[in-house]
Structures are given as structure tokens and as C-alpha cells.
Design a binder for this molecule. Structure first.
Ligand code: ATP
Ligand code: MG
Length: 431
């Protein structure tokens, strides 16, 4: 070993910028969100599926669209060392789901309601509510022409907000971006509108004026908002079919008693959408206000080589939802019921058996590990958040009993309970 190698202490490595650890203190809120979402999605008949995190790059280029932020600058793309194939860490879930549906003929016999959740990757500037690895809940209805399923997904989200206690933190925006022919006409209208303002556009928008003028409406640049505000509206140019679909969506939402705003600027950041688009937004998270967004993508199956299959879906940003839950002061409790402390080898053996017996009875129990004085064990019992410390020392081992100390409730005195009677005692207490 060289002297230099001997003297250097290894530097601690850090996670990649914009990619976060979800630590045990935060995890209960995440798990609460996942469990609640899963329950709500299942209530509507959506079934879980999971796809790979890495997909062939052309899948995203063809679906999301060449002239979008995601494809132009946000994808983590690399070359497979062996095959030389271009691969990409998924920036969103819909393309992968549609790829899987086509590959496995999922919609061959009947339409499918599916959902998934997991990590997505986009090379964005990290800030509150915007990260490079983030997580989405993703729900897709494949093979349904709507607008009933479009409304179903919006109503399902309203139910999710309610189940999470977020119903007064979010509002609903809807719009229609028409059918492809409507959009082609609208692109012309937009190009004609924006061209005289060319010098006021930012670089991205200048480029998109020729490639994809609709994208200009999605710009978050505050200096362009007034020009965008005055642009002609897609909604006024809808063809008869898209108009009827939009009216239908509104009727379903009205009959469900949902309040919504028609936002004629809402176009969404991905190219595959047509007809219905929607977003649930909050004003509590600064600039990162969209907590869920989605819409219809009737042409996507075909453009990925599948049969024509109308479909609709949405994704919700889990980091933003967890931030909202925290803003609301919500806490998910993951503390155990009891923490077992024990002194002496005989007590340790007894505590081990007792812990297993309590777990058999369905209780969450942490067994102290690592030795230490009674005082230091009691400190750890307290820090665990447990409701009780269960103490096994010499006297208890001799008497076949356990001393129960209340760690949270004041005014309760410690007491000694026979080991055989502990489960019954806990049952009486935990009611
Ligand atoms: P935004 O307008 O905030 O960039 P987007 O239109 O790019 O969002 P979608 O691609 O529709 O978003 O993704 C759906 C949801 O996923 C968003 O509404 C948001 O809640 C979440 N999301 C998107 N990008 C990020 C990110 N980089 N970090 C955290 N959450 C994100
Ligand atoms: Mg984005």
C-alpha cells in the first residue's frame, strides 16, 4: 500500500443531486399515501401492474414527443454497454404501460383498468416539489372511449383527496385540446398569433413556434404569461366530436357534484394527449402547484405499433402530495405498542419468547438488542415512541411476571402483570 493510500480517509459519498432518500421518519406518510391510494384505486376496479424502470429510448421519444421539455432535455439516456441500444430511465409511466399492454395483448379481449406507482426520472433543476428522481401514482383506463371513464378518474381522485384529508387543499381544472385535426388547425392559429410577438418569446418558445406551438402555452416563464393569456383558445375551435366529448365530461362531473374551472390554457406537457385534459392544483406548494395531471390519449397505442385503442389516464406526484400532507400537519404513526427491556441472560431468553408470543397475537413489539444498563434501555424504549415499556429483570424472571411502564399517558402507574395474563391485559388496555 502506498503512503498516500494509507493516509486518506475515504470521503463519504452523497446521493445524486435531486434524488432523495425517504427516511424512516417520513416513510409512514408515504406508506399511508400508498395504502390509501391503493384502496381507492381498487374500489374503482383498477388492477396493479409493474413495469421495468428502464425502457428503449424510442418508446419515450415516440410517445411523449420530440419537441417537449421531457424529451429535449430531461431524459436520463444511456447506451447499453453490451448491445449498444439506447435506453432511458422512465420519465413517466403511461408509455411503459401502453408498451406492456401492446406486448401482452392486454386489451385484446376487453378493456383494462390498471394502475402502478414508482420512481420516475427527469433531469430538472431540483427545487421544492421538483426532483430528478420522483414518484408517481399512475392510473390508466385502456380501451375506453369515454367520456365516462375520463370523469371516473377525476371522481376517483376527488375520493382520494377526501380519504387523505386534502379535499380543501386542491382544485380541479379541465380543458379539451381537441382531436388531431382540430389541433392541426389550432397550431396554425397559434403560429399566426405568436409570430408577430416573436421577439418577446423565450428561446424555447421561439424554437417551438415552428415545431410545436401548442407547447408555448405550457411555458412557465412568467414574462410570457400575458402573451399566452391573450392567445386564441383551443376550446373555441373544437370539432363536433371533441365538443360532444367535452360536454359529456362536464355532464358527468356536474352529476357527481364536482366543482371545476375550465382552464383554456391547460395543454399538459406531453404530446400524446387529445380531447380531455385535467389537472388538480394547489396554491400551497409555490410554483410546483400541480399535484395530479392527466387526460385522454386515443392515438398512443397506434403510434406505438398497437391497434387503435382509446385510453385515458393520469399521474399524481407523490412528493408533492406528501408535502401537502405535512403542510396539513398530518402525521402517520408507526410507533410500536411495546418495547421490551431485559437485564440478565435469563431475562433476555424470556423476553425473546415473550416478544414472539406478543407478535403472534398481532402486536407490534420491539425487543431491545445490544445490551446496556436499564437506564439506557429505558431511554431507547422512550425514543421508540412505544406506548409501553415491558420490563424483565431478575425479580420478574423469578416471579414469571412482567413490569409494565406507561411511556405516553400521564397519571398511569407502573404495574406488574403475570406473563401468562399479559395478552389479556393488553387486550383490555388497547380497546
Ligand atoms: P410540471 O408542470 O410540474 O413540470 P408536468 O406537467 O411535467 O409537471 P406530468 O408529466 O404530467 O407533470 O407528471 C404528473 C405529475 O407528476 C405532476 O403533476 C407532478 O405532481 C409530478 N411531477 C412531475 N415532474 C416532477 C418532478 N420533477 N418532481 C416531482 N414531481 C414531479
Ligand atoms: Mg415538467
Amino acid at each position: 500500500m502506498t503512503d498516500a493510500a494509507k493516509n486518506t480517509t475515504p470521503t463519504a459519498l452523497q446521493a445524486v443531486r435531486g434524488m432523495n432518500d425517504i427516511l424512516p421518519d417520513d416513510a409512514p406518510l408515504w406508506l399511508h399515501l400508498e395504502d390509501t391510494a391503493r384502496r381507492v384505486f381498487e374500489q374503482y376496479g383498477y388492477r396493479f401492474l409493474r413495469m421495468p424502470i428502464v425502457e428503449p429510448t424510442p418508446l419515450f421519444v415516440r410517445s411523449i414527443g420530440e419537441a417537449t421539455d421531457v424529451v429535449e432535455k430531461e431524459m436520463y439516456t444511456f447506451e447499453d454497454k453490451l448491445s449498444g441500444e439506447s435506453l432511458t430511465l422512465r420519465p413517466e409511466a403511461t408509455a411503459g404501460i401502453v408498451r406492456a399492454a401492446i406486448q401482452h395483448s392486454l386489451t385484446y379481449e376487453r378493456p383494462q383498468r390498471v394502475w402502478t406507482h414508482g420512481a420516475m426520472f427527469r433531469h430538472e433543476r431540483p427545487q421544492k416539489g421538483r426532483y430528478r428522481q420522483f414518484h408517481q401514482l399512475d392510473v390508466e383506463a385502456l380501451g375506453f372511449a369515454g367520456p365516462d371513464v375520463d370523469a371516473e378518474q377525476i371522481v376517483l381522485l376527488a375520493r382520494l383527496w377526501k380519504a387523505l384529508g386534502l379535499e380543501s387543499s386542491v382544485t380541479l381544472k379541465i380543458n379539451s385540446i381537441g382531436d388531431p385535426a382540430d389541433r392541426r388547425a389550432y397550431r396554425e392559429t397559434l403560429a399566426a398569433y405568436f409570430s408577430p410577438h416573436f421577439n418577446a418569446l423565450d428561446d424555447d418558445s421561439k424554437r417551438r413556434l415552428s415545431t410545436n406551438p401548442l407547447r408555448i402555452l405550457d411555458s412557465k416563464n412568467p414574462e410570457m404569461q400575458s402573451i399566452i393569456e391573450n392567445a386564441p383558445r383551443m376550446l373555441e375551435q373544437l370539432g363536433a366530436d371533441a365538443r360532444a366529448h367535452f360536454d359529456g365530461l362536464r355532464r358527468w362531473l356536474d352529476s357527481a357534484g364536482l366543482v371545476y374551472e375550465i382552464d383554456t390554457r391547460l395543454v399538459r406537457g406531453l404530446d400524446y394527449y387529445n380531447r380531455s385534459v385535467f389537472e388538480w392544483v394547489t396554491d400551497r406548494l409555490g410554483a410546483q402547484g400541480t399535484v395530479a395531471g392527466g387526460g385522454r390519449y386515443d392515438g398512443l397505442f397506434e403510434s406505438l405499433g398497437g391497434k387503435p385503442t382509446p385510453a385515458c389516464g393520469f399521474a399524481a406526484g407523490m412528493e408533492r402530495l406528501v408535502l401537502l400532507l405535512k403542510e396539513n400537519g398530518q402525521n402517520a404513526d408507526s410507533a410500536p405498542l411495546a418495547y421490551l427491556v431485559h437485564q440478565s441472560d435469563a431475562a433476555a431468553a424470556l423476553a425473546w419468547r415473550l416478544a414472539e408470543t406478543l407478535r403472534d397475537a398481532g402486536h407490534d413489539v420491539v425487543l431491545h438488542a445490544g445490551g446496556g444498563s436499564m437506564k439506557s434501555q429505558m431511554k431507547k424504549a422512550d425514543a421508540s415512541g412505544a406506548r409501553f415499556a415491558l420490563i424483565l429483570a431478575e425479580d420478574e424472571v423469578r416471579d414469571g411476571a412482567v413490569t409494565v411502564k406507561w411511556l405516553r399517558e400521564t397519571g398511569q402507574t407502573q404495574q406488574t402483570v403475570p406473563i401468562d395474563g399479559l395478552i389479556a391485559w393488553l387486550a383490555a388496555i388497547t380497546i
